[in-house]
Structure formats: structure tokens, C-alpha cells
Design a protein around this ligand. Structure first.
Ligand SMILES: [Ca+2]
Ligand SMILES: [Ca+2]
Ligand SMILES: [Ca+2]
Ligand SMILES: [Ca+2]
Length: 421
């Protein structure tokens, strides 16, 4: 009986905190819109987190808590609530080089860069300006090369049957003639929860998807990716500001639960995210191969980005056509032992002047470790050896046969360039 009384007191205390907190929030939170926002992972005692969830709608639910988007004032109010723990959610960026540069664009809203608003519905970002969207007629444009140099370099352009690749990026242009027959799923985690649809207002995701599995279209006149028979799950995890780690983690979990063999992420940042680490653990323990970009902030040792820097994730650096490593390709801290550890680059792959599919139904040539990553994801799909672990080992063996950069396992290209036999 004594225990019951103790419990009752605890309950009263919780209710007390609850009321105080509600009053506190009512006074302290003047609104949560129109200001710079951030994301936080909220955990803690149920009474307190209940209040938070009812004040700020949850973005995504995770084990032990949930994420919310808050303004600076909202965050200050949250920090005052007793009994909750807050963890900042990092914002990552896609690892393609900026398409628009830093020039001022005349005669229209500049678009197509992180931090800029997306074009309104019915408009597309063309040459860094929002222009009215028009449906491209059948085969109005042709690639300058049906088998781009990178696809040739890794001996791609065929295979991938029965393999599902999830591309976590800015979405995909679903009507692209060279992609549409391979798209099996299209989701968006950048809104609350998981929504249908994956419209690519940037182009980056469409480009990455094309390098993995473009099939040249039903007329055979388009472009080829590394594994044109693989299937695409396009998951939009990046919005106009970048890629929030809770949106990415939700995408990883979704892809794993829906049969992806490979998850390809041409994105990253310098900060680790516990949400992504947990999601990667989940994916890998469920037999999914996870590949990510090394990053574009080289050439300093250790400039490698997460999630690629995670020991369970394959990190890919960039090389050019002559197999040289550009300065901007992020470096790992590889110690030369051919054993992948935390913050080491695993492979080098084509990432300079890579032609692929674009969001206007045509083609574009861009650079970045974002473009190197899908060459390795595509190879994994083409060569898939029974399971993720065996496939990763096989890619490493193949890469050792084509050493790049300095001799042996190195900070820019790891084991080297994997090439299909
Ligand atoms: Ca970095
Ligand atoms: Ca890694
Ligand atoms: Ca090592
Ligand atoms: Ca080397």
C-alpha cells in the first residue's frame, strides 16, 4: 500500500509539472513560423514529451522519442521544460558541386541551391531560374554519350536484374524516358511522416538515379547507367534547405522495411547523427548494403563526411577521367591496412564531368562525390553476390586490382576503383 501512495505522489508531481509547463508554453511560445528553424530529437518523461508533441507536431517518430521542427524562440521554450532531453538533428547537404555557382541570376528568382526556396508548383528550376514547367515531348533530347565515360570505366551498362536500389536524395523526375520503367517506389520523408510522391525540384536525385540504373528508354536512344535492369526506390529526403538527418533516418528505415538491397546516399555532413547511426545499424543487420558520398570538402585528411564515415557505410571518393583525384574530393584517415575503419574512404569512382539524366527529361553533366557514389551503388546492383556482406567484400577485392592515387589503401580512394569483371 505504501508503494501505491508513493506512486500517487509521483503522479501528482508529474501532473503539477504538466500544468506548469502548459502555462509556461502558452506564455513562452509566441508562434513557430516565419523564423529560422532547427530540428531536435525529443526524449524524456512521458508527461513532458506529451506536452511537446501537442505543441509542436512530430516530424518523425523513433524509438524512445520523436523529432520536431522549432523556431529559435520555440527551442528556448523547450529548453525550459523539465524532464525532457533535447538532441540537435544535423542538416546534411547533397554532395554534388553547386550547379548555379554564386552569380546573381538576372530576371528571376534564383533557385537550385541549398537554402533557396523551391520553385512554386507548376514551375521548374532551369539554369538557376524558376520557369514554367512544360511536359517534354517524347525524346526531345539525346545524351551526348549514351554510355558516359564513368559507365565504361567500371564496365557497367548491363545487369542488375532483381535488385532494388533506394536512392535517398532530392527525389526523381519520374517521367524521364530513361528511368520510368525502372521506378518501383516514390516516397517523400521531408514532410511529417512518409508521403507518396518524390518530385525532384533540384535535379541532383534524378542525376544520381540515372547513373545507377538508366535504361536508355524504350527506343534505346537514351543514356545507360551501370545496372539498367535494377529497380529504383526514389525516396526524397532533401528539401530546399538541405537534408535533415531525421528525414534521412526515416528513409533508411523505410527502404529497409520495403525490400531495398542497396541504399545509395549522395549526401553528408561533418556531424554524426545518432538517428542515422541507429537506422544504418538497422539496415545493415537486415542485410542492406549502404553506400554514401565521401564529401566535397577535401583535400584535408579526415574531411570525409558522415554517413559515409560510418564504418558500416561504404564511402566513395571521386576521380576524373584520367583517374586523378580532384582536390575537393574529401579524404579519409586511412592507415593503409586494407581494413575499413571509422572515417576511412573505401573506393574511388568517376565523379568529374559525369553525364546523366536530369529533372527536365533531358541530360546534364555535373561533378561531385555525389556522382562517384552511384557508380559504386550501381556496381553493387550489377554484381550482387548473394548478400550485402559478400558483395562489399567482392567490391573490395575488385578495387584492389585497380589501385589509384598513392600506392595501396589510401585516404582519397581507399581500396581503389572497383571494375566489373
Ligand atoms: Ca567533411
Ligand atoms: Ca565508411
Ligand atoms: Ca584501415
Ligand atoms: Ca591507392
Amino acid at each position: 500500500m505504501e508503494r501505491k501512495e508513493v506512486l500517487s505522489i509521483a503522479t501528482i508531481l508529474l501532473v503539477g509539472i504538466f500544468i506548469v509547463s502548459i502555462v509556461g508554453i502558452a506564455i513562452a511560445i509566441p508562434g513557430n513560423s516565419g523564423e529560422a528553424t532547427s530540428r531536435v530529437f525529443v526524449s524524456g518523461n512521458p508527461a513532458s514529451t506529451f506536452i511537446v508533441k501537442n505543441t509542436f507536431a512530430a516530424q518523425h517518430e523513433f524509438e524512445g522519442g520523436f523529432t520536431v521542427e522549432v523556431s529559435a524562440k520555440g527551442l528556448a521554450a523547450l529548453e525550459k521544460i523539465p524532464g525532457i532531453h533535447l538532441e540537435a538533428v544535423p542538416l546534411y547537404y547533397v554532395s554534388g558541386k553547386p550547379v548555379c555557382g554564386n552569380d546573381i541570376i538576372e530576371g528571376g528568382e534564383k533557385c537550385g541551391e541549398p537554402g533557396l526556396p523551391e520553385c512554386p508548383e507548376g514551375y521548374a528550376c532551369e539554369n538557376c531560374k524558376c520557369v514554367e514547367e512544360t511536359a517534354p515531348p517524347e525524346r526531345s533530347c539525346y545524351p551526348s554519350n549514351q554510355t558516359p565515360w564513368g559507365i565504361e570505366k567500371v564496365n557497367g551498362g548491363s545487369g542488375g536484374t532483381g535488385i532494388k536500389v533506394a536512392v535517398l536524395d532530392t527525389g526523381v523526375y519520374r517521367d524521364h524516358l530513361d528511368l520510368k520503367a525502372n521506378i518501383v517506389d516514390c516516397k517523400d520523408t521531408t514532410k511529417r511522416g512518409i508521403k507518396d510522391g518524390c518530385a525532384d525540384r533540384d535535379g541532383h536525385g534524378t542525376h544520381v538515379a540515372g547513373t545507377i540504373l538508366a535504361h536508355a528508354g524504350s527506343d534505346g536512344k537514351g543514356i545507360y547507367g551501370v545496372a539498367p535492369e535494377a529497380k529504383l526506390m526514389a525516396i526524397k529526403v532533401c528539401g530546399p534547405r538541405g537534408c535533415w538527418c531525421d528525414d534521412i533516418a526515416t528513409g533508411i528505415k523505410y527502404a529497409t522495411d520495403n525490400g531495398a538491397n542497396i541504399i545509395s546516399m549522395s549526401l553528408g555532413g561533418n556531424t554524426q547523427s545518432s538517428l542515422i547511426n541507429d537506422a544504418v545499424d538497422y539496415a545493415v543487420s537486415n542485410g542492406v548494403l549502404v553506400v554514401a558520398a565521401a564529401g566535397n570538402d577535401g583535400p584535408t585528411d579526415g574531411s570525409i563526411d558522415y554517413p559515409g564515415a560510418n564504418v558500416k557505410v561504404i564511402a566513395v571518393g571521386a576521380i576524373n577521367r584520367g583517374e586523378f583525384v580532384p582536390d575537393w574530393s574529401s579524404r579519409g584517415i586511412n592507415n593503409g591496412d586494407y581494413v575499413v575503419e571509422e572515417r576511412e574512404v573505401e573506393f574511388g569512382a568517376p565523379g568529374v564531368s559525369v553525364e546523366s539524366t536530369w529533372k527536365d527529361g533531358c541530360y546534364n553533366t555535373i561533378s561531385g562525390t555525389s556522382m562517384a557514389t552511384p557508380h559504386v551503388s550501381g556496381l553493387a546492383a550489377k554484381l550482387w553476390y548473394t548478400d550485402a556482406e559478400t558483395t562489399r567484400t567482392k567490391l573490395q577485392e575488385l578495387a584492389k586490382l585497380h589501385d589509384l592515387y598513392t600506392e595501396g589503401d589510401d585516404i582519397a580512394t581507399g581500396f581503389g576503383l572497383p571494375i566489373a569483371p
